[in-house]
Design a protein around this ligand. Structure first.
Ligand SMILES: C[S@@+](CC[C@H](N)C(=O)[O-])C[C@H]1O[C@@H](n2cnc3c(N)ncnc32)[C@H](O)[C@@H]1O
Length: 336
């Protein structure tokens, strides 16, 4: 499985460090192909149902109380906007906090045209062009703040690739501060967030390939997957499994935080010594198919560290779905 002749760079290559200019994150190159991405990068149907249930309950409560519920979306996530538009509840007002209008427009194209039209014509939906770190919302104005894999991609000055973990965490704190300030008493935030669960070994720069394939064989059997690279379902399952498991770990100077740089490595499987790995079952091909034009690094902290950062400001409840992959991207429900 491993071809030893091809070696990669050092484990911390491209991540932080004192040298070199910081490289920019370019959302314009990532968002136009968002339609090709699948779970876990986009929420699963099951996760969308959980978000939707919170939207529905809020709408229902407000309808009975005769008021209006305010939902803030961090980003332009088409699945969440579609869920809100399909509720068609005039007691819900939605603010989408998104930095780039172009990204927003590209994401709108991924909604069913009927739902995009309903959103546009409802008079209840507003795009707020802003960084998540600087949410321009009134104090205690929101009932629900929702962000799908948002905390993993906040970077100082958009210089994501060379952001250090301490800088990244500082940006997370700015986002969490803004959420806390804008939430009403009794309000909630739901943030699906990538984490490294404790059972994954954090001292390695890469997980043990054999462990991953042992799990893959079980997963394949449990889902009755047949190798067929032309089958979108097969490709989707491969991506979902390996995006969550083929993780490159980095440790910062303190050795404490571990993160991952999916963009750089995942399409070319690399083992923990930086050797390239030819995976069976078409895995390399599937990974590069979804990942080739995605240049955004994702920061993934150990679960405990991520939860401690949330706990500085919120009480947290951690939800995993019945999906066997969701231990790495739980939905966190936060309350003040
Ligand atoms: C590709 S999505 C992934 C995040 C989320 N899952 C979503 O569906 O919106 C990222 C979107 O968030 C926007 N974005 C990225 N970083 C941001 C930030 N710090 N503040 C506001 N918007 C940001 C990008 O323009 C892009 O549209």
């Amino acid at each position: 499985m491993v071809s030893p002749e091809k070696r990669g760079g050092s484990p911390t290559e491209g991540m932080g460090g004192p040298s070199g200019a910081r490289r920019e994150v370019r959302w314009e190159s990532a968002v136009p192909t968002w339609g090709d991405k699948t779970y876990p990068v986009r929420p699963s149907d099951q996760e969308v149902r959980i978000y939707s249930e919170h939207f529905r309950q809020l709408g229902h409560r407000k309808e009975h109380a005769g008021g209006e519920g305010v939902v803030v979306l961090l980003g332009s996530t088409p699945e969440l906007r579609s869920a809100l538009a399909s509720l068609n509840n005039e007691h819900l007002r939605v603010l989408a906090a998104e930095r780039y209008e172009k990204s927003f427009d590209a994401m709108t194209k991924l909604m069913a045209s009927e739902l995009a039209r309903r959103e546009r014509e409802s008079g209840k939906f507003q795009l707020v062009l802003t960084k998540w770190q600087e949410l321009p919302l009134k104090k205690e104005s929101a009932d629900l703040v929702v962000g799908d894999l948002v905390l993993n991609i906040v970077f100082k000055d958009e210089k994501g690739i060379d952001t250090t973990s301490q800088e990244h965490i500082q940006e997370q704190r700015l986002v969490l501060d803004g959420i806390k300030k804008s939430l009403k008493d009794g309000g909630k935030a739901i943030l699906r967030t990538w984490v490294v669960p404790p059972e994954m070994r954090q001292s390695d720069t890469y997980r043990d390939i054999d462990d991953v394939f042992y799990e893959w064989e079980k997963f394949k059997a449990a889902r009755n997957l047949q190798l067929d690279l032309n089958d979108p379902k097969y490709r989707k399952e491969v991506f979902g499994f390996f995006a969550n498991r083929l993780i490159r770990h980095y440790q910062d100077d303190s050795g404490k935080f571990v993160c991952r740089d999916m963009a750089d490595r995942i399409e070319r499987g690399m083992d923990r010594d930086g050797r390239q790995v030819e995976f069976p079952d078409g895995v390399n091909e599937v990974m590069s198919w979804q990942w080739k034009d995605y240049t955004i690094p994702n920061w993934v902290l150990p679960q405990e560290d991520q939860e401690n950062i949330m706990r500085e400001r919120f009480k947290i409840e951690r939800l995993t779905t019945a999906d066997d992959l969701s231990d790495m991207n739980p939905m966190y429900v936060l309350s003040k």
